[in-house]
Design a binder for this molecule. Sequence first.
Ligand code: F6P
Length: 359
Amino acid sequence: MLKIGLLTSGGDCQALNATMRAIVKALATEVGDRLEIYGFENGYRGLIYSQYQKMDPADFSGILTRGGTILGTSRTPFKQLDEPTPDGIKKVPAMIATYRNLKLDCLFMLGGNGSTKTANRLREEGLNVIVLPKTIDNDTWGTDLTFGFTSAVEVATRCIDDIHTTASSHGRVFVIEIMGHRVGWIPLYAGVAGGADVVLIPEIPYKMENVIHSIEQRMELGGRFAIVAVAEGAISQEDAALPKKDYKKKVAERTSPSIVYDIAREIEERCGRETRVAIPGHTQRGGEPDAQDRVFATQCGVEAALACLRGEFGIMIAQRDGKMGTVPLEEVAGKLKYVDPKCDLIREAKALGISFGDE
Ligand code: F6P
């Protein structure tokens, strides 16, 4: 009998179900009815509280295109892993106990950076863990791609496309907030795909003068409108130079709910152009996975199943230079994959005339 546990952790994305389907299908193809599946509810919480559903391969049928996660998810901050739950349960020992009581052979964890750190901790405690790289942010170290990313880019791009028509009708500037607190992969890709004029990402601190200048230049050349795609975590050069503590204080004291409102106000005041804000927000994590995500999720799920069958644990499934493979968890846990400001796409976007606000 092969006994497996599945859990989805952290922010959801469109391709979680597609990935779990692939894991289960590939395992069932190999071991048939010698497969016992435990689906933990709401992320690590299900493992801590021993809340799970005993599932059949049939439960994973018909979910390839369904966004969200059939298991539910939650955030269990790694920082608080050694703090007991409000009802006094020690999290790590409780997770180990659930795993051992069910006599699991392997735990498949679909999650992003924080969740991977927890998975690595469970590996250190002796559990057989396989991580599958989930996040719309595409910021997981050790893999070129994460599932969820292309679908989120698709939604953000569609938002920029839709805003184009109304911005053009009214001759307005639109500042669009795109997900990405610490990294700018989604705004970068959606900005290029949607033809934004300015793209601001955390990895390239901007100067407001440069943003204003590029918008004015576009207007002087006859542009009726402008689109500014801004990552949630975009930061000015002035703020980037502040000690972390002072910057955090400044953000906490901000009266607007997001930097995009401040940027929009400044553009309107200084360019004399009507400026509006648009925020696609969690729609970027919603809806069904796009075709590329379905393919990549399937690849990840199958590779994870094959790794389990050959007894390879303590790893994350990864794609590097187009090749699927595995990387040791201790190599990836706790590291973020940032956009390299010198990468080809930034160089090409700049050559096209897109401003990143840095020059
Ligand atoms: O990590 C995925 C992500 O969607 C980020 O892009 C975003 O900043 C954050 O999660 C939003 O988190 P929450 O769903 O907790 O509001």
